[in-house]
Design a protein around this ligand. Structure first.
Ligand SMILES: Cc1cc2nc3c(=O)[nH]c(=O)nc-3n(C[C@H](O)[C@H](O)[C@H](O)COP(=O)(O)OP(=O)(O)OC[C@H]3O[C@@H](n4cnc5c(N)ncnc54)[C@H](O)[C@@H]3O)c2cc1C
Length: 437
């Protein structure tokens, strides 16, 4: 068996995009870094499986530009090619209408009456002036009821909010999240990555190897070792111990809490237990061809469902084939029935892409996957209610991921990975330790 160091400057637990990014920053600054991933391969929720050339991301994924994900990938020199969706449609009472995203689409819309158009135009005209943070304690639902009077306009914005926040319960989620994402989306496109998100994972993996990160996949960490209030390393499944001056937990919140409480002291449990994740049900279908090319991206106005034939815009299928990702946003406060969720997504495909069953090559259903580790709620005060990267009471132990700090989806993952790396380097500098590079 290949051996790995019995001590490192830094240990990273988790080989998803967060763990890989943090490891690269630190290794490039001269630290010796060992990364442990319990799964056989890297990538976590960003991994893509290839079935005869059809690329299945782990549920629908788009790179929302203008945030930390794009910045960190650029800083680390990770390159990728992509396409961007050109047009979104709205499904309303069985009929399909163009999304009134531009002034001309708005004016020409058959879904909206004159008064609706006027209200939406003035809403989009003032949107950039809203301070999203000032809405942190208000729910999306309350904000929409205060701001938008016309029922059809409110319905369009509510369905957009469900898609943007990955949550069907708009009474729960903070308006800060939606308004900030809406403002960003007007200036920065969403990208569908050629080769799926595995392209990003592979780029990060290569960069980590080049930086000298020691990567051990198929190796589960079972506990963080601490002594006198300091992280001292980690314990592995075979009970061996690897020593380190700093440990970064780039896992989901519950895994992080378990790793810390396996020691004598459990400071993360109280932080993690109240967190509400955003979960979705995803039905993805690989097809011999796209039955209805007119409607590649469709948002349901009545129900929390969305569909995107990403293969129209990015290279993720063999020549002539098609891949449609669909998802249903779940309500974190309700138990959902996976069979019913799957039927609802099939029904969306039947309505928008009739004939898909006849050209089906392969399907994948993920009933209840965590898309966001912590949903910023109105009650919790939006992003300010998210935990920070330090673990109280344990020096040199850090957490990073989509549940840390501000931003949504992979933005807080990549943002916290960079922040933790910077914090470790800054604290070592303060303590007078020389940088090796
Ligand atoms: C359905 C879905 C849709 C999404 N859509 C988008 C999108 O459109 N845009 C976007 O930006 N983001 C999206 N995301 C989020 C995005 O995938 C993640 O933010 C990103 O992949 C970063 O994840 P991570 O590295 O923080 O966590 P993960 O990918 O979950 O990685 C954590 C890793 O830690 C490992 N691990 C856990 N415990 C241990 C242990 N004890 N020992 C060793 N290893 C351990 C796990 O195996 C895992 O590989 C979506 C996610 C899902 C599920």
């Amino acid at each position: 068996m290949e051996s790995f160091p019995t001590s490192s400057d830094v240990i990273v637990v988790g080989g998803g995009m967060t763990g890989l990014a943090a490891a690269i920053y630190l290794a490039r600054a001269g630290k010796s870094v060992t990364l442990f991933e319990k799964a056989a391969s890297l990538g976590g929720r960003a991994a893509t499986s290839n079935h005869d050339g059809y690329l299945f991301n782990r549920g629908i994924h788009g790179l929302y530009t203008g945030g930390a994900t794009e910045e960190v990938l650029n800083e680390l020199g990770i390159t990728y090619t992509y396409g961007s969706p050109k047009e979104t449609f709205l499904l309303h009472e069985g009929q399909i209408f163009p999304f009134p995203a531009s002034a001309s689409a708005l004016l020409g819309s058959h879904l909206l009456k004159l008064g609706d158009k006027w209200e939406l135009m003035s809403f989009f005209g003032t949107l950039s002036r809203i301070q999203a943070e000032s809405l942190a304690h208000m729910s999306v639902q309350e904000w929409l009821e205060r701001t938008i009077k016309h029922p059809v306009d409110r319905r369009i914005l509510a369905s957009t909010a469900r898609v943007f926040t990955y949550c069907s319960n708009l009474d729960l989620v903070s308006a800060e999240v939606f308004v900030f994402k809406l403002q960003l989306s007007l200036k920065h496109p969403v990208l569908y990555i050629d080769g799926g998100w595995q392209t990003l994972v592979d780029g990060l993996y290569q960069a980590a190897l080049q930086a000298g990160v020691c990567i051990r996949s198929g190796t589960r960490v079972t506990a963080v070792r601490t002594q006198d209030g300091q992280a001292k390393g980690v314990q592995l499944l075979d009970e061996s111990v690897v020593a380190a001056s700093c440990v970064i937990l780039a896992t989901g919140p519950d895994d992080a809490a378990k790793l810390v409480e396996a020691g004598a002291y459990a400071p993360l449990r109280d932080i993690v237990d109240p967190l509400i994740p955003a979960r979705v049900a995803c039905l993805d279908v690989a097809l011999r061809h796209l039955p209805e090319p007119r409607y590649p991206v469709v948002q349901d106005l009545e129900r929390p469902r969305f569909l995107s034939a990403q293969s129209v815009y990015s290279r993720i299928v063999p020549e002539g084939g098609a891949m449609i990702y669909t998802f249903k946003m779940l309500d974190p406060m309700q138990l959902s029935d996976p069979k019913q969720d799957e039927r609802e997504l099939e029904d969306l495909l039947d309505t928008v892409q009739p004939g898909w069953r006849e050209v089906l090559v392969r399907r994948s259903f993920l009933p209840h996957i965590e898309a966001v580790g912590m949903l910023p709620t109105a009650r919790g005060g939006g992003y300010a209610g998210r935990p920070g990267p330090e673990v109280p009471g344990i020096a040199n132990l850090y957490v990073a991921g989509d549940w840390i700090g501000s931003g949504f989806l992979s933005d807080p993952s990549m943002g916290s990975a960079r922040q933790v790396a910077q914090q470790i380097l800054a604290s070592e500098k303060q303590a007078g330790k020389p940088e090796t590079m």
